[in-house]
Design a protein around this ligand. Structure first.
Ligand code: HEC
Length: 94
């Protein structure tokens, strides 16, 4: 989807005010996750014995898949933030 250039510039300005740029935002990841993702399952799906995801990429694929299923229209930044949060806190993978 094409965004007007003004929106992109505004976004960049906000990012600069926010300090050094980071690949993902753990706090944002946690709040997005806690708002949208614990409706169907508790966090125990991430630590169950036969869990699907075992690498960072696989966790990201699952996050991508679930935000698609639930029509959240997350940005790649949102997906990275939630992945980072889940991978670090539950999957214990860097
Ligand atoms: C409509 C119900 C539902 C919602 C909403 C939902 N999930 Fe899930 N999720 C499931 C079910 C059921 C499974 C396990 C079965 C499967 O993976 O097919 C699962 C599995 C997962 C797994 C894989 C766990 C493993 O085995 O490693 C991840 C990661 C995950 N969900 C993340 C999310 C995230 C992130 C969101 C929010 C965007 C979300 N889910 C929202 C139902 C849901």
């Amino acid at each position: 989807m094409q965004k007007p250039i003004g929106v992109l510039l505004a976004g960049a300005a906000v990012a600069m005010i926010g300090g050094p740029s980071v690949a993902a935002d753990l706090e944002r990841g946690q709040s997005l996750h806690d708002t949208h993702c614990v409706i169907c399952h508790t966090t125990s799906v991430y630590t169950r014995e036969d869990r699907i995801a075992n690498t960072y990429l696989e966790v990201r694929q699952q996050v991508q898949r679930w935000q698609e299923n639930t029509k959240l229209r997350w940005t790649p930044y949102d997906i990275d933030s939630v992945t980072e949060y889940l991978a670090g806190r539950y999957y214990k993978i860097p």
